[in-house]
Ligand binder design. Structure first.
Ligand code: ATP
Ligand code: MG
Length: 648
């Protein structure tokens, strides 16, 4: 995998005033952050955040016990940290650039304006009975109101739970009910690549079975009419106009929950991870500053959706905590054509650009001309996140998009980690295509053997775990702390278990080798096999289903479903079509299987567990080496499945 010549050094002229400009600086600060861990975080917390009341204790953590708390006794407000302090000191600076679906229709919002809009929205929420500790679901397109809504919740101490606005009514309903949200904030419709998405209708369908919902706030993104049910429904923009442009700030404890965010949920119910105020904010602010080398005049663009954690930490909180200018991208990478990102880079003079490998792969396929057509001289840092980036695409990103001049930051992290844990620093770290390189300050990664022993030295592989708690880590799973413990903390005591495998090469660089669990990554969207299996078996004809990913040129991973029908059902109907529709309806179009096979059985162990590694091999057509299949209850099933796969 490694090739000595394949090392890329930062281009120094690009980084004259970098926050960390050499490996010596990195190593020194890293050593300090590990050896004097509490002192490091104490100092950073005082420097990076504004406190209403100082904290009394830096941390009180015991990973074995699942006790994680930081900056105890402190009081602060996330919205004040993101908005008010910059509105006061530098109010005319642009906080948000809204990059609307149609290129050239962007809108700029200064910190002063952001404070007014967020305050108005916060007042609307208060006047409709939303109080500190209440949960509010967001089902929003990428419009400024989405950011106002997140910050408004934070301002009044309400907990936001953003649900990706591509999920179905049923998925939205489950998430609302799990958190007992009191209100939903949405828009009449969303627009992406000219396509109109009926958000309000989906919300209407979802909340029919959500007894906790008292209000639905509706922003107007389009001029189209939608059903409207007063007094439950409230037109958001009109209500905001009626409010004063200042809203008092709630005092929050460091450990009060700032937001809930659901992962894809590989084992059934999605996990609603809870992040708290001080620790999350500090980690967001610090990683943003160092990994993206934020400078005062930068225009920073992370094109992730706020429905994912990347959108939380690196579209909203990280950039705003640093007083930066952040782009809110409403469109899709291929609209109006594959040059969209670079046309936007030229027009907005973007300095840091952050996206996922799946998007880069998709536009790489369209050819270099779409990139070269536009002036990218404003760019310094190109980021990637979400899955391992294949070296070929990495080099294309570096050589073609970045003209060999920009630093690539391949950032490894998770919803649970709150922010980036392993990544290069753009002006310091020599990079290797495909490696996330080295740990961030305060982060101590280890590789564990399956028995739980630390694998020391370099040139080794294992389960990636983190040894020391860090402020940005999730504190619990909404409503199920036991599941939090068993998922991350109890299998290997004293560590946070990531669920990913990794290799540490001879230079101590980390290479992520994939997940140990069963989540698929389809076009950058995380989809749990179990959720799709659940949708399939809800069809009356379907008895059992097993879903795995397989390599897909464009999507990164495609979805392959093996379905067992009930014995005596008539197969004359278009069962495959019906099953596809069932998944679309229950989860959303992104979860639709690419291939469905009606199978006579599944490869199971004698204890009844499906052997997914076999299903993966069959799906990927890698059936030469099936590995050990001797523990299968019925080894004959493997041949039958291979035959079915190769049919037609
Ligand atoms: P769930 O926890 O429900 O299974 P998920 O893990 O799919 O959801 P995320 O938290 O969004 O949801 O994704 C984190 C995962 O994405 C990591 O554990 C890792 O597998 C993958 N990942 C993220 N960034 C990188 C990267 N730079 N290189 C390799 N893999 C990455
Ligand atoms: Mg995960």
């Amino acid at each position: 995998m490694e090739n000595k010549k394949d090392i890329y050094h930062p281009v120094k002229e690009n980084f004259e005033k970098a926050v960390i400009s050499s490996m010596d600086e990195y190593h020194a600060l890293y050593a300090e952050s590990i050896e004097n861990n509490e002192a490091f975080w104490d100092k950073q917390a005082k420097q990076m955040l504004r406190w209403q009341h100082d904290f009394e204790e830096v941390s009180n953590c015991d990973l074995e016990e699942g006790m994680i708390s930081w900056f105890l006794g402190g009081k602060l407000n996330a919205c004040e940290n993101c908005v008010d302090r910059h509105a006061r000191n530098n109010g005319d600076k642009i906080a948000l650039i809204w990059e609307a679906d149609e290129p050239g229709q962007e809108k700029r919002i200064s910190y002063k304006e952001l404070l007014r809009e967020v305050s108005r929205l916060a007042n609307v929420l208060r006047h409709h009975g939303i109080r500190k500790g209440d949960r509010v679901a967001l089902y929003m397109p990428m419009i400024p109101e989405a950011v106002y809504a997140m910050l408004a919740c934070a301002r009044i101490g309400a907990v936001h739970s953003v649900v990706f606005a591509g999920f179905s009514a049923e998925a939205l309903r489950d998430r609302i009910n799990n958190a007992k949200c009191k209100a939903v904030i949405t828009a009449n419709e969303g627009v992406r690549g000219k396509r109109v998405i009926p958000l309000k209708r989906i919300v209407d369908e979802a909340v029919m079975a959500c007894p906790s919902i008292q209000h639905v706030f509706v922003a107007e993104r389009t001029a189209n009419k939608v059903p409207f049910y007063e007094p439950r429904d409230v037109w958001l923009n009109r209500a905001m106009e009626a409010e004063r442009p200042y809203c008092p700030i709630e005092h929050m404890d460091s450990e009060d929950t700032l937001f809930l965010l659901y992962t894809s949920g590989s084992t059934g119910q999605p996990k609603g991870l809870a992040h708290t105020t001080a620790g999350y904010l500090l980690f967001a602010a610090l990683t943003q500053k160092y990994v993206f080398d934020i400078q005062p005049d930068d225009v920073y663009a992370c094109v992730a959706d706020i429905g994912w954690v990347t959108g939380h930490t690196y579209v909203v909180y990280g950039p705003l905590l640093n007083g930066g200018t952040t782009v809110i991208f409403e469109s899709v990478p291929g609209y109006p054509d594959a040059g969209r990102y670079w046309e936007m880079v030229e027009r907005l003079k973007i300095s840091q650009f952050y996206t996922a490998p799946t998007a880069i792969r998709a536009i790489q396929r369209e050819g270099d001309a779409y990139v070269k057509k536009y002036d990218r001289s404003s760019l310094r840092v190109l980021g990637t996140v979400g899955e391992p980036i294949n070296p070929d695409t990495w080099r294309w990103y570096h050589d073609v998009v970045g003209e060999g001049r920009c630093s690539i930051v391949d950032t490894w992290w998770q919803t649970e980690t709150g922010g980036i844990l392993i990544s290069p620093l753009p002006a310091a770290t020599p990079t290797k295509p495909g490696s996330a390189t080295l740990p961030f300050f305060g982060i101590e990664p280890v590789l564990l053997s399956p028995e739980g022993q630390e694998v020391h030295g370099n040139g080794v592989s294992g389960l990636l775990a983190i040894k020391k708690p860090w402020p940005g880590m999730a504190r619990t799973i909404q409503g199920d702390h036991q599941r939090f413990l068993t998922t991350y903390l109890t299998d290997y005591k004293g560590y946070y278990l990531t669920g990913d495998g990794a290799m540490r090469d001879n230079d101590g660089y980390y290479w992520l080798t994939g997940r140990v669990d069963d989540v698929m990554n389809v076009s950058g969207h995380r989809i749990g096999s179990a959720e799709i299996e659940g949708a399939l078996v809800s069809h009356p004809y379907c008895a059992e289903a097993a879903v795995v990913g397989f390599p897909h040129d464009i999507k990164g991973e495609g979805i392959f479903a093996y379905v067992i029908m009930h014995e005596d059902e008539d197969s004359g109907t278009d069962l495959v079509g019906e099953l596809r529709n069932e998944v679309r309806r229950r989860i959303g179009p992104i979860a639709t299987p690419d291939r469905i096979i009606i199978a006579p059985g599944l490869p199971k162990t004698r204890s009844g567990k499906i052997m997914r590694r076999i299903l993966r091999k069959i799906a990927a057509n890698q059936t030469d080496d099936m590995g050990d299949i001797s523990t299968l209850a019925d080894p004959g099933i493997v041949e039958k499945l291979i035959e079915l796969r190769n049919a037609k």
